[in-house]
Design a binder for this molecule. Structure first.
Ligand code: PLP
Length: 420
């Protein structure tokens, strides 16, 4: 019962039941959050993070201690030898592309073992588009091993990884698919299988949406290189932009030559006063990810209570922060997204409408009321208006803020006579 929003009694009842169901999962999430918070905090202490690390550098940015120490703290947290954490990465795709171009050479072969990767990577690999300077344009060969019943096919991976394969590429998150996310343990098994066949292979993981969801990161179970976006999990909702790469020292160094230039690598890069936000984001990230996980679990419990298909289920083990909801018809998708938007702290007054988004073969409706443009550690929902009419939801800077958005989404559906 809140005096601030109008929520129907039926939705309040369902919310109470959902909260009951979530109790065990919330306990597990809290335990992971605490573990990861201490992991992060001890790394800050180990490297003596200090106010002086927040000082802005300009020009070449030589000897920026804040930047150098952040890389070390990041590497420690991710169980990696080294890291490259920069606000200069414009998005996750740019970060992943930097890593791929950084380590692959003409004639090398990249093998994606989790089916077809995330849409925006297609242009990087050269699966779509041409003449843009994709990996394909530079003579890098690409192949993939499809998933089997939505899970990595270890047997097929074992037979595909021969001496011609330079890199095994793994996408941890479901992205905009209905397959389950990969658990860190599964990533470990893929790395082990691949390296048994070819000990020289580089195991790279697209870690987007996965950071701090479990106690371990892919780099702790055999991945050589990982990359992700700072406007998702590890930026804690505070980093205003950026990305990170972490892994084997020699590989991170190669990536740094691609980000700046051969010969200079990590030695340059003015931070202009952004270090503080990146440190603070990392410090908050385990907690923020915990809030996003609780939001996803609650939404799963609430909408399955109404009778909708949800994946994952509220009590499934999760490897990412993404939740999908089968809302069954286009009107419900639109009402859902409009309800989410109406409870957002920013741009609550906007009414999301389906539009022809470039790169999609159907209209898409999106809800995003975030402090940082496009941030998906903040609560956001996207839904292509095509069968099976699923909405993909991720983020939630704080659980209570996301919970009311979920209730308002149900409320909007109820008011339009759509709620089951
Ligand atoms: C978000 C994401 C990316 C990168 O997307 P950007 O929008 O460029 O940040 C890549 N892979 C996966 C699985 C993602 O979720």
């Amino acid at each position: 019962m809140t005096p601030f929003f109008k929520i129907d009694g039926r939705i309040e009842e369902a919310s109470r039941r959902a909260m009951e169901k979530c109790r065990d999962q919330f306990g597990k999430i809290d335990e992971i959050t605490e573990y990861n918070q201490l992991k992060v905090q001890s790394a800050f202490i180990e490297y003596g993070v200090s106010e002086s690390h927040f000082s802005p550098s300009t020009g070449y940015g030589y000897g920026d201690r804040g930047r150098e120490t952040l890389d070390k703290v990041w590497a420690r947290v991710f169980g990696a030898e080294d890291a490259l954490v920069r606000y200069n990465f414009t998005c996750g795709t740019h970060t992943l592309a930097t890593a791929l171009f950084g380590v692959l050479r003409p004639g090398d072969k990249m093998l994606c073992v989790t089916g077809t990767p995330y849409d925006t990577i297609h242009g990087v690999i050269g699966i779509s588009g041409s003449g843009m300077g994709s990996l394909k344009d530079f003579g890098i060969v690409y192949d993939e091993v499809p998933l089997k019943n939505g899970r990595p096919d270890l047997e097929a991976i074992e037979s595909a990884v021969d001496e011609t394969v330079t890199m095994v590429y793994i996408q941890r998150s479901r992205g905009y698919e209905l397959r389950p996310s990969l658990l860190v343990e599964e990533i470990g098994r893929i790395a082990e299988t691949a390296k048994k066949k070819n000990p020289n292979v580089i195991v790279m993981v697209d870690n987007c949406y996965g950071e701090f969801v479990q106690k371990k990161e892919p780099t702790e179970v055999g991945a050589d290189l990982i990359a992700g976006s700072l406007i998702k999990n590890p930026g804690g909702g505070i980093a205003p932009t950026g990305g990170y790469i972490a892994g084997k020292k020699e590989l991170v160094e190669k990536c740094s030559y691609r980000l700046t230039t051969p010969g200079l690598g990590k030695e340059v890069g003015a931070t202009l006063g952004h270090n503080r936000e990146l440190y603070m984001g990392l410090y908050f990230a385990p907690h923020t990810v915990g809030e996003a996980m609780k939001s996803a679990v609650f939404i799963a419990a609430l909408f399955s209570d109404f009778g909708y298909k949800v994946t994952p289920s509220y009590n499934d083990e999760r490897g990412d922060t993404v939740q999908s909801l089968g809302l069954e018809d286009p009107e419900s998708l639109v009402a859902f997204c409009q309800g989410i938007q109406s409870g957002s702290p920013i741009d609550s007054f906007l009414l999301p409408e389906p539009w022809d988004m470039p790169g999609y073969d159907s209209k898409v409706v999106m809800a995003a009321g975030s402090f940082t443009l496009g941030s998906s550690i903040e609560l956001s929902a996207d839904a292509p208006l095509r069968p099976p009419y699923y909405a993909w939801i991720q983020g939630g800077l704080n659980f209570h803020g996301a919970k009311i958005c979920a209730q308002l989404a149900a409320q909007k559906m109820l008011e339009r006579g759509l709620l089951k």
